[in-house]
Design a protein around this ligand. Structure first.
Ligand code: GDP
Ligand code: ZN
Length: 460
C-alpha cells in the first residue's frame, strides 16, 4: 500500500496564472487517468499507451468547457513516477478554474506547493539536492546560475557526495564491528588509514564549503554599493554601467532615468549596483540623511566602489574617507578615481601607482572595461575563480550541512589523536554521515521536506 502522502491524486495549474495562449493543468496519482477519462471526451485514455497526445473536449456533463490536448504518461515513466495526465487548455483563468473545480469535485485534491516534485523525490526519481536544483533552475537568470543549477539537477553534486559518504561508511562499518566485539584490544579499523581517509574527505568537504562563497554570489548576485562625495560622479557611473546594457533593450529617446539601483550581468555574474545618494546631492538636508543611509547600505554590501574626483581629492583624504565608511575594510573596496579627462598630470600621478585604485572617466565611459574586470577580480579573488570546477555549492542549507560534516570530522580526528575510545569515534563519524546525508535526503525529516518543497510554486 502507498504511504498516505501518495495515495490520493493531486491536480494543479502548472503554468503561471493569468491569460495566456495555453494553460497546462497537471494530474498525478493512482486515479489520474480515471479522473481524466471522466471529464475528457475523445478517446478512452485508459486504453491508450504511455507518452501519447490526444485531442478532445473537457465536459461537465453535457456542457463543453474547452477543446484541449491531453498528454498521457504512465508511471513510472513520468515526472512524479506516478500516472500523470497533463491537460493543455486555452489560457483563460475562467476555463482553468472550471476544469480545476470539475476535477476536485470528482475526487482530485489541489496540490500543495512543490508537491509534484516532492512526489518525484519520495518515489526516488532524484535526491533532495537535485529537487532543490529544479527550483534553482526555474529561478536561474544568468548563464552561470543556469549552468550550476543544471549540473546539480543532473546529479553532479549528488554523485560527489555519494562518493564521500561511501568512503566514510566503510570505516564507520569497521568501527561498528569493533564495537560489536566489545574487545578493548581488537582494532579492525587501522587508525593511520582512517586519519588519512578523514583528511582526504575533509579536504573535499572544505573545498565544497569554500565554493559556497562563489555559489552564493552566482545565485544571489553581488550587491555593490557605489559611495563617494557629492559630485564625484556616482550617478554618472551607475548610469554608464547600467545603460550600456540597457541601451540594447530600450533605445527610446528621453527614457534616461536617474537610476538608483539595478542589476547587470558581467560574464555571467550578477551585480546589483546601488547608488548611495539616490536623490540629487545638492540640498544639505538631503545630504546629511544620505550619509547615514550610505553607511547603512555599505554594511549590507558585498563590495564597495568608493568613487572620488581625482581633481579634488588627495590620497590621504581618500584613505581617511574609505576608513570612515568601512573601518578596517570589512568588505572588499575598490577605489575608483573619476574625471580622468579633466585631471592634471600631477593629480593623476598622485594615484597612478596606488594599488587598488582605478582611474576612469565615467562620463565618457573610459575605463569601464577595466572597472568591470576589477570587479570580477574582486569577486573571484581569494582563489574563487573556479567556475570550471565540477561542483559549486549554491544552497545555504547544503553549506550548513557541510559545515556540520566538517566539524564532526574535526571531532573524529581530534578523538583519534587523543586516543578516544571506539564508541565516541563511531558516534562522531555517524554524525558526519548524517550531516552529509541530509544534503541529498538519504536522511530527512518531514519538517525538512516541508520547508524545502513549500518554497516551490504550486504546480511544480
Ligand atoms: P554624484 O553626485 O556623485 O552622483 O555625481 P554626478 O554623477 O551627479 O556627477 C557630478 C558632476 O560631475 C556632473 O556635472 C557630471 O557631469 C560630472 N561628471 C561625472 N563624471 C565625469 C567625468 O568622467 N568627467 C567629467 N569631466 N565630469 C564628470
Ligand atoms: Zn548622484
Amino acid at each position: 500500500p502507498l504511504p498516505p502522502a501518495l495515495s490520493d491524486t493531486i491536480v494543479a495549474l502548472s503554468t503561471p496564472p493569468g491569460a495566456g495562449a495555453i494553460a497546462m493543468l497537471r494530474l498525478s496519482g493512482p486515479e489520474a487517468i480515471a479522473l481524466a477519462d471522466g471529464v475528457f471526451a475523445g478517446k478512452q485514455l485508459r486504453e491508450q499507451p504511455s507518452h501519447t497526445l490526444h485531442f478532445g473536449t473537457i465536459r461537465d456533463g453535457s456542457r463543453i468547457l474547452d477543446e484541449v490536448v491531453v498528454s498521457l504518461f504512465r508511471g513510472p515513466n513520468s515526472y512524479t513516477r506516478e500516472d500523470v495526465v497533463e491537460i493543455s487548455c486555452h489560457g483563460s483563468d475562467y476555463i482553468v478554474e472550471q476544469i480545476l473545480t470539475l476535477l476536485t469535485r470528482r475526487g482530485a485534491r489541489l496540490a500543495e506547493a512543490g508537491e509534484f516534485t516532492k512526489r518525484a523525490f519520495l518515489h526516488g526519481a532524484f535526491d533532495l539536492a537535485q529537487a532543490e536544483a529544479v527550483a534553482d533552475l526555474i529561478a536561474a537568470d544568468s548563464a552561470l546560475s543556469h549552468q550550476v543549477a543544471l549540473q546539480q539537477m543532473r546529479g553532479g553534486f549528488s554523485q560527489e557526495l555519494r562518493e564521500l559518504r561511501g568512503r566514510l561508511v566503510q570505516f564507520a562499518a569497521l568501527l561498528e564491528l569493533e564495537l560489536d566485539f566489545g574487545e578493548e584490544d581488537v582494532e579492525f579499523a587501522d587508525r593511520t588509514g582512517l586519519v588519512q581517509l578523514l583528511n582526504e574527505v575533509q579536504t573535499l568537504v572544505r573545498r565544497l564549503l569554500r565554493s559556497f562563497e562563489l555559489g552564493n554570489v552566482i545565485k544571489n548576485g553581488v550587491t555593490t554599493v557605489i559611495a563617494g562625495r557629492p559630485n564625484a560622479g556616482k550617478s554618472t557611473l551607475l548610469n554608464a554601467l547600467l545603460n550600456e546594457e540597457r541601451a540594447i533593450v530600450s533605445a527610446v529617446a528621453g527614457t534616461t532615468r536617474d537610476l538608483i539601483e539595478d542589476e547587470v550581468s558581467i560574464e555571467g555574474i550578477r551585480f546589483r549596483f546601488v547608488d548611495t545618494a539616490g536623490l540629487r546631492d545638492t540640498a544639505d538636508v538631503v545630504e546629511s540623511i544620505g550619509v547615514e543611509r550610505t553607511k547603512k547600505r555599505v554594511t549590507q554590501a558585498a563590495l564597495l566602489i568608493y568613487l572620488f574626483d581625482i581633481t579634488s581629492t588627495t590620497p590621504q583624504e581618500l584613505e581617511a574617507e574609505i576608513e570612515a565608511l568601512t573601518p578596517g575594510r570589512i568588505i572588499p573596496v575598490l577605489a575608483v578615481g573619476n574625471k580622468l579627462d579633466v585631471a592634471s598630470d600631477p593629480e593623476i600621478d598622485a594615484f597612478r601607482n596606488q594599488p587598488d585604485v582605478l582611474l576612469i572617466a565615467a562620463a565618457r565611459g573610459d575605463g569601464l572595461d577595466e572597472l568591470r574586470a576589477a570587479l570580477l577580480q574582486k569577486v573571484r579573488g581569494a582563489g574563487l575563480d573556479r567556475t570550471g570546477q565540477s561542483t559549486i555549492v549554491t544552497n545555504l542549507r547544503h553549506a550548513r550541512s557541510l559545515e556540520q560534516t566538517n566539524q564532526a570530522l574535526d571531532a573524529v580526528l581530534l578523538g583519534i589523536q587523543a586516543g578516544t575510545g571506539t564508541e565516541l569515534l563511531a558516534a562522531d563519524l555517524r554524525q558526519a554521515l548524517a550531516a552529509l546525508g541530509e544534503i541529498t535526503g538519504e536522511i530527512s525529516s518531514d519538517d525538512l521536506l516541508t520547508s524545502i518543497f513549500t518554497q516551490f510554486c504550486i504546480g511544480k
